[in-house]
Design a protein around this ligand. Sequence first.
Ligand code: NAD
Length: 244
Amino acid sequence: PDALAGSCVIVTGGASGIGRAIVDAVVAHGGKAIVWDIQDAALRDCAARHGDAVTVVKVNVADSAAVRSAAAALPDGFAPTHLVNNAGIIGKLMPLAELEAEEIDRVLSINLKSVLYCTRAFLNHRAPHPYASIVNLSSIAARTGGMPGNALYATTKGAIASLTRAAAKELAPEVRVNALAPGIIDTPIQADSLGDRAKLAEIAKVIPLQRVGVAEEVAAAALWLLSGASAYVTATIVDVAGGR
Ligand code: NAD
């Protein structure tokens, strides 16, 4: 129950879906969380649910200057010891031949550059911790190529896997760096594909565990990577994908 006592975890995109479940798990296990997201109402809800255990800030993680100032302005008692780079979007489904430069910039900024910005900010402001670690959200799309029309998303998630291994080497032994590679998890990001129950049944058929996952199942793996229980694990990508 106190696996994260003495830890303070920055969770980007922590107002919804997997990030929200990670924040809940961090607090339930005795830690504090710094939640960076862009959704006002969901941030207020997070603050109301967790009180003093969290500090929520509206930050667009794709904006390097905004991330820098958010990290410099953390309240007393919230020096970060851990980071979860979770914020991300799927982007518009588009054939490669039609990809617009604007959409390329948008998805690379939100999914990939944000991870570099937040990692840099964390390293410049972190408080040392015996189990300091960074957890990045990759995806099984990094290996499978993802959905047709979604090469951009798969590209960012593949780059996050590479960045995870590179950062793990560079930051050892002080900070461990690992990634999670979820399969299909029932969160708002998947609303379009999972809203249709018939389609959901089709998707479940190709997953060995015969169902899509839930955010709490990804949060459980994140909790392990954040805690001392994974003290000898770094540079690893952990699938949470029902065997897919
Ligand atoms: P979600 O849409 O429920 O949550 C994403 C959160 O990120 C939202 O709260 C959103 O407001 C926030 N966000 C988006 N852009 C932001 C920005 N510029 N600045 C700050 N916050 C921003 O989605 P989710 O399913 O919980 O996804 C979380 C992560 O898990 C993503 O990186 C996603 O790619 C990854 N992932 C999800 C699945 C899945 O099936 N759900 C599978 C593999 C990987």
